[in-house]
Each structure stands twice: as C-alpha cells, then as structure tokens.
Design a protein around this ligand. Structure first.
Ligand code: PLP
Length: 411
C-alpha cells in the first residue's frame, strides 16, 4: 500500500527507481573526472592516449596554433561575452566576418552561425518544416539533435533504413505527389558507425524529384574531407546541390558553435524563425575569433588531413579480417561488442593498455549493439597506431562484430 508519508520522505523515488534500472542494465551514465594533458587523458593515475575525443586533427591541443592566435589578439579584442542575442545588441562584427569567410569558402550565398550543432539541428527543422505540406525523410541513424528537430517540427516524418537508397526511393515515389516539400535529412559521416551516406545518389534523387530539399549534417567531416576540408559534399563535388549544409565547429575545428551554409533567402528566413537562434545569447565573440582563425587556416591543413587518412587506411586494413567485417569508411571506427556489460569490460581493458576508449551504450546506439567508439586522430605516431591495432585485434569480443553490425544496419 502506498504510504503518503514515505512519498513525502522521498519525493524523487520514481527517479531513483529509473536510475536503479539503468544501473542494473549497465547503462547508467555518470560524469567521471578526467584531466586532459594534450593528447592524453589522466585518470586514476593512468596516462592514456585520448581516442575518444572529436579533436581529429589535433588542433585543440596544438600549442603553436594557440600561441599564433594569441599574438594577434589585444585586450580590446578579447570580448568575453556577446551579452545578448544577435538580434538585440550581441551582433559583434566578428560574427559577420566568420559567416562571410564560410560563405566564401563554400562558394555559397550565405552562412549563419549557431551556438552549437545541437541548436542548429534542433532549431532549423522546426522552422522550415512547420506545416502539413512538408514531409521529412530522415535516415534511421541520424543524430539526436536532428531527431529533436524533427519532433519539434509539425511535419510528418518517415525514417528510412540506414543508408538504404531503395527504401528511400520507394518512400519518395510513393509520397512525392502528396507533399509540396520533402526534406531529406542525413549525416555525411555517421557519428556512431563512421560510415558515409550515399550523397551523390541522393543528389540524383533530388534532380528527379525537384520538390526535395537536401539537408546534410557534416559534423564529423568538416575540417577533414575534401581538398579544402569543407566536408564530404566538397569531396563529392556536390556543394551546389545541398540546400542546407550544417557543419560544427566543436569537433575537428577545435572551437565551439556551428553553421549552416544556404541560400540568402533561407538565411533571412532562419534569422526570423529559428528559436535557438533568436532566444539565446550569442557565442562569445572571443570564441568566434578563434573559430575564424581556424576556419581561415583549414584549407591549408591538407597535410594533417592526409596523415589522418593514412592512419585510417592502415587501421581499416588491419581490422578488416574475415570475421571482423568493416562497416566504417572513416576515422570513426566502431568496435562492436554487443552487450553493455561486455563493452564496459573491453573499454577497461583498452584503457589498461593506455588507449582511452569509451563504451557507447543504448540509448545512444540500438539495444545489443554496445561498442567502443574509436576516434582516430592525425597526431598518432606510426608506433602508437601499430600498438593500438595490436590491442584492438587482441580483443576477443570483436568476433561478434559482424553480427552486431548487421543488427545496427537493420535496426
Ligand atoms: C556532435 C554532433 C552534433 C552536435 O554538435 P554540437 O556542436 O556538439 O552541439 C550534431 N550532429 C552530429 C552528427 C554530431 O555528431
């Protein structure tokens, strides 16, 4: 019998019960204390190479870059806060400078900055898909920020099977005449699988069905792919075909914030309708100045991109044995394990060997596909790469890789 006084003693009991469930399922998340020292993470007396961050080019730990940037900055230039939304008094000239630089790089009409990739994705979709005559078609594995944008929109949404063009095309041909607009949403490199969307084929579909708008999230490709580091769309030569290209600045670009590349009309519309753009204090201008410094230098960083691509090829080749079938096509390599408990054990084993890998568990990934997510970085030495391969291939649970990857793709 429910005793009202028990409930008064512990008004958060229902929350605690949910936490206990998560703990039993080995899916409880906690914040652990980790000191970073350049490429290393120091934790419980262990010094481990950080292979869990998104600092793919090593820019966030590069002291020469920091020093070079700070030499150009005066006390007057160090503006720590925008102190309001850009629509009020927060629109420091540095925002326009970065947007102009980005639009120029992409050879596009315009760019618009957001405080984060989460803000961009969760804000843009509800703004442009706010009616019943729009259909959103989104890949099954798109990032949580896109899912939240879809949930907040008033459009109907259908998720197509991961990277499955046949399924996508069937959905388009069935629905194209029923909706005025179709927004096709995908990531270029998927954050959890490290595989790539069939972007060229999606552009072909868009040519056949002119009411499609293509929305591509390049969070894990910006800075890395294409000759100037603009992402997979640059690499595929399809930049002019993308209606909304989102890039984030907190990953390879070693800063914070995000941007969308789009037509001027879309930008004007977004400024008027995206709530996480309108109702938030803009990024600190100092941070934007650092982003501009990085973005300006990115095109010349092809040596770092090539280094990462070399390391990636080597690791793929070493892990793609008979029983370990490779699903990744990039520097993000999921070492699929299966159960959350096993993933935690394997993460610990890799950490004991000096490689800081973390388990990624449900609900971030589908049930039964818990994994270690290996993020390669351009500043790994050959010796470190070989040692990493040795430890990763010694991991016994990797034999379940193929089964688990099949499940991921069909989930
Ligand atoms: C990290 C990530 C985001 C969110 O970007 P933040 O700037 O970290 O908020 C959006 N999309 C994808 C695919 C991501 O991996």
């Amino acid at each position: 019998m429910t005793n009202i006084s028990d409930f008064m003693d512990s008004p958060y009991r229902f929350l605690q019960a949910r936490l206990d469930e998560l703990k039993t399922a080995k899916n409880l998340r906690t914040l652990s204390h980790a000191d970073a020292e350049g490429r290393y993470i120091i934790k419980q007396g262990r010094r481990m190479l950080n292979l869990s961050s998104n600092d793919y080019l090593g820019l966030a730990v590069d002291m020469n870059l920091r020093a070079d940037f700070l030499r150009q900055i005066s006390v007057k230039d160090f503006v720590p806060s925008a102190s309001s939304s850009r629509l009020l008094t927060g629109n420091h000239p540095i925002f326009d400078e970065l947007e102009t630089e980005l639009a120029k790089l992409y050879n596009a009409e315009s760019a618009l900055l957001f405080n984060s990739g989460y803000d961009a994705n969760s804000g843009i979709l509800p703004a442009i898909a706010n009616n019943d005559d729009t259909l959103i078609l989104a890949d099954k594995l798109v990032h949580a920020s896109l899912i939240d944008g879809i949930r907040l929109s008033h459009a109907k949404c259908i998720r197509f099977r991961h990277n499955d063009l046949n399924h996508l095309e069937r959905l388009i041909s069935k629905n194209a005449s029923c909706y005025r607009h179709i927004i096709l949403v995908t990531e270029s490199i998927f954050s959890m699988n490290g595989d790539e969307a069939p972007l060229r084929e999606m552009v072909d579909l868009k040519r056949r069905y002119p009411n499609i708008m293509l929305y591509v999230d390049e969070a894990h490709a910006f800075g890395l792919r294409g000759s100037q580091g603009l992402g997979c769309c640059e690499e595929a030569g399809i930049l002019p075909d993308i209606d909304l290209l989102v890039g984030t600045l907190g990953k390879a670009a070693a800063s914070a914030g995000a941007f969308v590349i789009c037509a001027q009309t879309i930008r004007d519309y977004l400024i008027n309708h995206v709530r996480p753009f309108i109702f938030t204090t803009a990024l600190p201008p100092f941070t934007v100045a650092w982003s501009l410094y990085i973005v300006h230098n990115l095109p010349q960083m092809s040596a770092r991109r090539e280094r990462l691509s070399c390391i990636t090829k080597r690791v793929h080749q070493a892990l793609a044995t008979e029983q370990v079938k490779d699903i990744s096509q990039s520097h993000i390599i999921p070492l699929l394990i299966g159960s959350s408990a096993d993933a935690m054990l394997q993460a610990d084993a890799m950490q004991r060997h000096g490689f800081y890998l973390l388990p990624v568990r449900p609900p971030t990934v589908p049930e039964g596909t818990a994994r270690l997510r290996l993020s390669l970085r351009a500043d790994l030495t050959d010796e470190e790469t070989e040692r990493l391969i040795e430890e990763a291939t010694a991991t016994p649970q990797l034999h379940s890789y193929e089964t688990a990857s099949t499940r991921t793709n069909n989930s």
